[in-house]
Ligand binder design. Structure first.
Ligand code: ADP
Ligand code: ZN
Length: 611
């Protein structure tokens, strides 16, 4: 059998996706390979197919212990002899897996990197002679990546201890040039074949909103977007709050974060996958390995901590190729929140020295800065992302929030003067306040803090009562970014005059900034036609899939993906040949599930023709 045979026989596909064929050929010829391809582009097959064709066994290193079971389950369903080895198995189970592996029972073995240094495992690796070593999520090996994992450093040592070096392949969805070079170095690549497919996802619309109230904006957004969507929040607590808020407004929402029990997480995830619940509110713990194709928006309630994570999370929308939206609700507070999370994230990581922790922290703060630039830029958002990943991009894409908004250069000299004289006066009184208090004073708010501190007596109090609080804040943010003002203070951030304050106070320099004009009236969205020619049949097929999946103890998409069910609705296969003609059905799955599906389709056709 050749690679096309394996593709058809085990996975049911006729043609390769872009890049797959080249990577497979390289590995089969013995040349190391690195594939950098976006989520959903079919990376798994790039190593699973060579593993089936090479003699002996291949090791797949993956950090996602929770997913290994599903991945192996899916392979076994397709007839591929595969197993996994990680800490979720008992010592006896692990020994049994190794014994069977030595006897040649498997072609593919998934392993967590923690395992590599155990003597048992090394003994096994030396005795079997590995054909291929694959590193999945390979960016985890680099300090410069967004998800560095110390356990990945064990891989280099492991390779050096092998008697025969297997062909090595590595895959990731996101890797800047720096990360790629780290991967090549750590995996001792010699003249590797490197393939980076385009990052652009044309059907995704990018937007950053800076609402005065996130909660209100979220409700407004979801009211006007009926489809299925994910709302990402930075913390568990905010997941709880936002879920409650949405449910109180009558929306069908569920939640997902690491603080829930395993069973609730599974249940909520399934509710979302099966469209029983329309909205998933989650921390970044949600989404790895989720293959739901009809997610029509991903909304970030807080700014994520780096572009890599953002693109991965946002990329979970629109997998079906339909227009989907990726929106961030940004507030400058998000920067502080993320900084706090970064400062505290490595504290408990005992695998690292203090110095290593410091390096990682600094690097993460750097990545956060890039993310903040994305949220505050007035330039094309798509081109920002593509250039971040080292791809050339036009300055105008015509399909993102920036390209859609008309910005207007606005003279804000008078506003800037009022703001700065307010800050200076406060400082002269040996007082200092944060951004929102200063905006409140200028706007003339009458809240208790202002009255109690006597700030309503200040001559600059209410000098900007005609401007909205939001507008005052946007102008202050601009002044901070451009060093007219500065944020200072160790306990909590306060506003003080910046290096360039003098230009406004003494030199009367005019200040211009780009402020968004009122948006063009939103184009009415076409009402989405049903995705399937026969919604009723599609639902029946889904129900059958759920039933069979439950019986087999695997997630439903492992039985057949949504795309396969859709194609069945279109082609109505009633014979084995017709079934094998559906993309994604190979002989093994046809044998296993074909009869049930054909029976259902025949019954359905009869019931329709009777009516
Ligand atoms: P990635 O790991 O890059 O996110 P996956 O390996 O999970 O992507 O593949 C994404 C989807 O594409 C899966 O449903 C997979 O079955 C499907 N797929 C992979 N290769 C092909 C192919 N050659 N033709 C059609 N579908 C494919
Ligand atoms: Zn654009």
């Amino acid at each position: 059998m050749d690679k096309y045979g394996v593709l058809k026989h085990y996975f049911g596909y006729d043609t390769f996706k872009p890049g797959q064929s080249e990577l497979i050929d390289s590995i089969l010829s013995g040349r190391d390979a690195l594939g950098v391809m976006p989520t959903g582009s079919g990376k798994s097959l790039c190593y699973q197919i060579p593993a089936m064709l090479l003699p002996g066994i291949s090791l797949i290193l993956s950090p996602l212990i929770s997913l290994m079971k599903d991945q192996v389950g899916a392979l076994v369903q397709s007839g591929v002899p595969a197993a996994y080895l990680n800490s979720s198995l008992s010592a006896t189970q692990q020994a049994a897996v190794l014994r069977r592996a030595l006897n040649g029972a498997y072609k593919i073995l998934y392993v967590a990197p923690e395992r590599l240094n155990s003597e048992d495992f090394l003994g096994f690796a030396l005795n079997t002679g590995l054909s291929m070593l694959t590193v999945d999520e390979a960016h985890c090996i680099s300090h410069w990546g967004h998800d560095f994992r110390p356990s990945y450093l064990k891989i280099t040592e492991f390779i050096s201890r092998l008697q025969y070096r297997p062909v090595i392949s590595a895959f990731t969805a996101t890797a800047t040039a720096k990360v790629r070079s780290d991967i090549a170095h750590a995996l001792t690549f010699k003249d590797p074949f490197v393939l980076v497919t385009g990052f652009d996802r044309k059907n995704l619309y990018f937007e950053v909103r800076k609402p005065a109230s996130k909660a209100a904006e979220l409700i407004k957004y979801i009211r006007s977007h009926a489809g299925s969507g994910i709302v990402y929040c930075a913390t568990r607590k905010s997941v709880e709050q936002v879920t409650r808020e949405l449910q109180d407004h009558g929306f069908s929402a569920t939640r997902y974060h690491a603080g829930l029990t395993d069973s609730e997480r599974r249940e909520n995830q399934d509710d979302f996958l099966y469209d029983k619940k329309t909205i998933m509110v989650a921390t970044n713990a949600f989404g790895m390995g989720i293959d739901k194709s009809n997610v029509s928006y991903v909304l970030h309630y807080h700014m994520p901590k780096n572009i890599e994570s953002y693109y991965q999370e946002a990329g979970r929308s629109g997998r079906d190729g339909e227009r989907a939206e990726c929106v961030i609700l940004y507030s400058p507070k998000d920067v502080l929140l993320n900084r706090f999370l970064i400062e505290n994230s490595q504290e408990t990581n005992e695998a690292l020295t203090a110095e290593e922790r410091e390096t990682i922290k600094e690097n993460e703060l750097d990545l956060l800065k890039q993310m903040t630039f994305y949220c505050t830029t007035g330039d094309c958002l798509r081109s920002f992302i593509l250039e971040y990943f080292g791809e050339q991009a036009p300055v105008y894409c015509g399909h993102c929030g920036s390209c859609d908004t008309v910005f207007e250069s606005t003279d804000v000299t008078v506003e800037a003067q009022k703001i700065i004289s307010c800050v200076i006066r406060i400082n002269r009184m040996n007082r200092s306040f944060g951004r929102s208090m200063i905006a409140d004073i200028l706007h003339g708010s009458k809240n208790a803090r202002i009255i109690d501190s006597g700030m309503d007596k200040l001559p600059t109090y209410a000098t900007m009562s005609d401007d909205s609080l939001h507008r005052i804040r946007i102008i202050m943010d601009y002044m901070i970014e451009n060093q007219y003002l500065r944020i200072s203070g160790s306990e909590y951030p306060v506003v003080i005059p910046g290096r360039r304050a003098i230009e406004i106070v003494k030199q009367n320099t005019p200040v211009f900034m780009k402020l968004p004009m009122a948006k063009k009236a939103a184009k009415p969205k076409p009402v989405k036609a049903s995705r399937h020619p026969d919604e009723e049949l599609f639902n029946k097929l889904k129900a059958l899939r759920t039933h069979l999946a439950l019986k087999a103890g695997v997630p439903p998409y492992v039985v057949f993906s949504n795309a396969v069910l859709s194609e069945m609705c279109l082609k109505l296969p009633c014979t084995k040949d017709e079934l094998l003609n559906v993309s994604g059905i190979g002989p093994i799955k046809c044998e296993r599930y074909g009869d049930s599906f054909m029976r259902l389709i025949k019954d359905h056709i009869e019931s329709v023709s009777e009516n």
